[in-house]
Design a protein. Structure first.
Length: 106
């Protein structure tokens, strides 16, 4: 193998190592904003559910639909990673189908 080809192989290996080392940071840079947006949507959904409960004299066993809560939201809520929202019962935290880090902290 010539000296130039050895240098090319070493350079390619170096670039591959750098790319593999930085890949998790790039993935996090895309998923963290999506997760934050989803959690914010869940907060808005929880607030809308509380307003719905108070204005309609509901109890903890009542379950609103997303349609019931739409009047209390400025815009329809959409998970940036394609999940669907489930409001759940009154006094229960709403959920996103993506799960994992897409949860509303208690």
């Amino acid at each position: 193998m010539s000296k130039k080809s050895k240098i090319a192989v070493v350079a390619a290996a170096f670039v591959a190592v750098v790319v593999l080392a930085l890949l998790p940071a790039f993935i996090r840079a895309r998923t963290t904003p999506a997760m934050n947006a989803c959690v914010n949507n869940l907060r808005q959904l929880d607030g809308a559910k509380q307003q719905w409960e108070l204005e309609n004299h509901k109890t903890t066993n009542d379950v609103p639909t997303l349609g019931d809560l739409q009047a209390y939201l400025v815009r329809p809520l959409v998970c940036p990673q394609g999940g669907t929202y489930t409001p759940g019962r009154v006094r229960e935290l709403p959920r996103c189908s993506v799960g994992g880090s897409h949860i509303l902290p208690q």
